[in-house]
Design a protein around this ligand. Structure first.
Ligand code: AMP
Length: 617
């Protein structure tokens, strides 16, 4: 017997949910259903999305209402159209073997007359977003005076979205003696206040400890330099060939940009944000649900209420401004008892925010390393091998081509053929990732030691930025360089600021008061038989040191990624390119590296394959 029966759910409903694959109640269902079935309590449930809370309140409602009557007896308020439709569909599915159950979905962005018509025909359960509900109430098109149960689903989200007043007004049209059931993923002060205001002595149920996120989600963070973020993100995606993920950005613009870059780089991605029309959003969501899309790039608002099963990864491309939003984001994965990973790609300055999030979710993050090129290639290779092994063969269609295919391969051994098939895709990754740089921020960059400072290209106040014609190819580390400067110029380490050690040269800062002393001192210094030259950095960086710093950085990226350096030359003139020593040094960097550094302009290995290549369906 399905254990839902022992909880007190009638057979018609148990049969319907058994067909859905609900073989046993989830923890929240197990605990909430008996309480709610009594119909005599107000109720507060602290539960994430994906825990099965829709059935936890939906099944008791179906047991408690009188479906021989056709007036509104239950009202379910939720934050988004997505969730509204989801709940409505779930209720319809649960009650498919019952007679005369009428559920209506009331939400904005859709034709109101259809909704009014359905209400007029007679309903027992109204599932609504607050704005449209209030609109209908104000038109006096619905009578809530006999409502017995009100469900506030994702209450924290509704408050986040500013629905407090609407909810107040809607609830004022319902009877005082109704029961209110509130569900929320988090319990900020405002939700507590709402609970207090609308409920008397509610039964409280907390799944896990307070504010604890879903135990099936593991949280990971990667520390990268800001300029490497996009490349690092792509590498994480490449390392997870079967990823089916939602990527969160902070703004609509960022969302759009990342999606466009990914599409350009051959990934199967699209954007979901508030500037799209409802129709466009529905289209994107349909593609994602159908798994024709592998990566959904979304803003917090647009992604609210998204309920897609089997999301493998949530990626925080940017951390949310509101810490609470992290819970909502990560709750999009690990639904219905599955495992999921929530990833944050951060720079060293955001470590504090990770600690804050850990306090809110009551769980620790694991620090992860961006995989190196070799690891990515290996992962991709075996994913490919696995795919080839498991591909469904359409015998009928392929049959006619087999003789020609066999003929083409007749001079090759089985082993050779396998090697060639595997190489077909693998080569792209190999080429792309040959010489791929380490994208993890170094320890110094993470801890904010001297190294961290060296990545800021603008000159610190009170310091002068200088150029020196020695760099890492001369076997200098930053520490060596600090010693070299101090010993030769006879200054203290405290007078030296950022040191930006490059291949064949270095930019470094010294206090303004010792800048001349340093320049003079090095006039008589040589290093392994070479003159050491010190010059103001501005001359070398193609303008003031501030501007030049940025130019130089852009120059490096382009030079390295393209191998030709055309972009740099165009922007800041021939100063460096023309310089004999530096020019030679740059050639060292160029090689044939199609590096994944430097943001959206660098195409990924998938480009040649086109976006469709990775489609699943
Ligand atoms: P919810 O938290 O209500 O959005 O549910 C999350 C997902 O879990 C939905 O896809 C439900 O269909 C599924 N689900 C809910 N309860 C169960 C159950 N007892 N067994 C299996 N799946 C369930």
């Amino acid at each position: 017997m399905n254990p839902f029966s022992t909880l007190g759910i009638r057979h018609d409903i148990v049969n319907a949910i058994t067909e859905l694959g609900y073989e046993k109640p989830s923890p929240i269902q197990e605990q909430a259903i008996p309480v709610l079935l009594s119909g005599s309590n107000d109720f507060v449930g602290l539960a994430q999305t994906g825990t099965g809370k829709t059935a936890a309140f939906g099944l008791p409602l179906l047991e408690l209402l009188d479906f021989e009557e056709n007036y509104p007896q239950a009202l379910i308020l939720c934050p988004t159209r997505e969730l509204c439709l989801q709940i409505t569909n779930d209720l319809k599915t649960y009650s498919k073997n019952m007679k005369n159950v009428n559920v209506v979905a009331v939400y904005g962005g859709a034709n109101i007359s259809d909704q009014l018509r359905q209400i007029k025909r007679g309903v027992q359960i109204v599932v609504a977003t607050p704005g449209r509900m209030l609109d209908i109430i104000n038109r006096k098109a619905i009578d809530f005076t006999q409502v017995q149960y009100v469900v506030l689903d994702e209450a924290d989200e509704m408050l986040n979205m500013g629905f407090q007043e609407d909810i107040d007004q809607i609830l004022s049209t319902t009877p005082d003696d109704k029961k209110t059931w509130l569900f929320s993923a988090t319990m900020p002060g405002e939700v507590r206040r709402i609970a207090k205001k609308y409920m008397t002595d509610p039964f409280e149920l907390t799944m896990g400890t307070k504010n604890t996120g879903n135990v099936n989600i593991s949280h990971e963070y990667y520390v990268v330099r800001a300029r490497d973020k996009y490349a690092a993100f792509k590498r994480i995606v490449d390392f997870n060939p079967e990823i089916f993920g939602i990527v969160f950005c902070r703004t609509k613009i960022e969302t759009q940009e990342i999606a466009e870059s990914l599409i350009k780089d051959g990934y199967n991605a699209d954007a979901l944000h508030g500037d799209l029309s409802q129709q466009q959003r529905d289209k994107v969501m349909k593609r994602y649900r159908d798994r024709s899309l592998q990566l959904l790039i979304a803003t917090d608002v647009a992604a609210r209420g998204i309920d897609v099963n089997d999301v493998t990864h949530v990626i925080n491309y940017s951390l949310p401004d509101e810490i609470e939003n992290y819970t909502h984001r990560s709750g999009r994965t690990a639904r219905a008892g599955k495992m999921g990973i929530s990833i944050a790609i951060i720079n060293s300055k955001e470590l504090g925010k990770i600690r804050q999030i850990e306090r809110v979710i009551g769980k620790q993050f694991t620090k992860a390393e961006i995989p190196n090129g070799f690891d990515v290639c290996e992962k991709q290779l075996f994913a490919l091998v696995h795919k080839v092994h498991n591909v469904e063969v359409n015998e009928e269609q392929i049959e006619q081509y087999i003789p020609r295919i066999m003929d083409e391969f007749k001079d090759l051994e089985k082993e050779d053929i396998i090697k060639r098939f595997a190489s077909l895709e693998f080569n792209r990754f190999l080429e792309y990732y040959s010489n791929a740089p380490d994208l993890n921020a170094t320890h110094e960059e993470r801890t904010g030691d001297r190294g961290d400072r060296s990545f800021k290209s603008s000159t610190s106040a009170g310091f002068t930025r200088l150029f020196m014609n020695l760099g890492s190819v001369d076997d200098f580390t930053r520490g060596d360089m600090l010693g070299f400067i101090c010993n030769n110029a006879k200054i203290s380490g405290k007078s030296v600021g950022k040191i930006d050690l490059k291949g064949v040269f270095t930019f470094f800062e010294v206090e303004n008061s010792v800048a001349d002393q340093v320049t003079q001192a090095f006039k008589s210094v040589d290093y392994q038989g070479r003159d050491v030259r010190i010059e103001p950095a501005g001359d070398r960086e193609g303008g003031s040191s501030r501007e030049g710093g940025r130019g130089e950085r852009g120059g490096f990226s382009r030079e390295r990624s393209g191998g030709g350096g055309g972009g740099y030359r165009g922007r800041t003139g021939g100063n460096r390119e023309g310089g004999s020593r530096e020019g030679g040094g740059f050639r060292d960097f160029s090689g044939k590296r199609r590096e994944d550094r430097g943001g959206s302009s660098s195409a990924g290995p998938r480009r040649e394959g086109g976006g469709d290549r990775r489609r699943r369906s």
